[in-house]
Design a protein around this ligand. Sequence first.
Ligand code: ZN
Length: 144
Amino acid sequence: MAYQVYSRTYSVETRSRFDVIRITEIVESAVRESGIREGHVLAFVPHATAAIATNEYEPRIVEDYVAWFKRAIPPGAEWRHDEIDDNAHAHIASLLVGQSRMLPVSEGRIVRGAWQEVLLLEFDGPRRRTVFVQVCGVGETRTP
Ligand code: ZN
C-alpha cells in the first residue's frame, strides 16, 4: 500500500471584480483521476488577491458573501497599497480567508457536508486564475 501524490493544475476564468466560483467538480475529478482512496486533497491558489474556501454555493448566499466583503473591507477605502495597484482590499480579503483548503479523502471521495462546496473567491478580477490541486494518500481503502 504505497503512498502516492497526484498533482494537477487547472485554469479558471473569473467573471468580475468580486466573484465566487464553485470548483468542487475540479477537486473531485482530481481525486478520481488520482486513484487515491484514503488521504487528503489540497486546493491552492498561487495568488495574493484570491482565496479558497468551503461553504454553500447558492445564488443569494453568494451575493451575501460578496456584500459582506465589500462592507467589511471596502475597495478604495484610502488603503496605502491602492497607490500601487488599487487592490489593497483584495490582498486583505485573501489574507483573511486563506489561499488553500485541505479536505479529507475517504473511499475515493472528498469528505464534505451536503452544503460544503469548494469555492474560489475572486477579489480582484476578472482574471485567469490557477488552481493547484494535490491529492496525497494510498490507493486502497483500509478496512478495520
Ligand atoms: Zn496589489
